[in-house]
Design a binder for this molecule. Sequence first.
Ligand SMILES: [Zn+2]
Length: 170
Amino acid sequence: MSEASERVEQWRKAKRKSGYRPLTLWVPYCAKSEFDELVYSRGQGKDPGQTFLDAVRALAASMGKTPELRLEARQQHRIEANVADDVIKRLVAAGAVPATALGAPAVAPSPIKEPLPPEWKQCGNTAHPPYDSNEHDECPIHANERKERYRAKQKAKKPAGKKPAAQETT
Ligand SMILES: [Zn+2]
């Protein structure tokens, strides 16, 4: 790989890591210049993707669609806990449950699991962190372990005390 294309590859990886995805569109001839003009007029030359996103959202809004409110798992969890807490308070107020119920945390915090982006895969071994399938064909930890096993096997094959080079000449 040339130095320049390697740099491009690095840049792409960094972009992916920061949550961006490439998008290729085939559009009518005029679309490109119209889009460029929009980017320019919004001063978003450094981030035309933002212009695209703004345009998509503006179109959705013009169709009366409110942007889908996507709660992060963490927020959702907090809301659920608050609701449960509120329910207990009401039950206590109504005399249905003893006031001691208010003392303990309403909901035992369960481990929060953020949904993985579609490109990410969780290894069969849940102790291994998920990996980006765009960057790795398989779990990098597994790949590493296999390499190490192979190396250990190769080492074990070598007869002790003899140099492999000497062996070849005989
Ligand atoms: Zn693994």
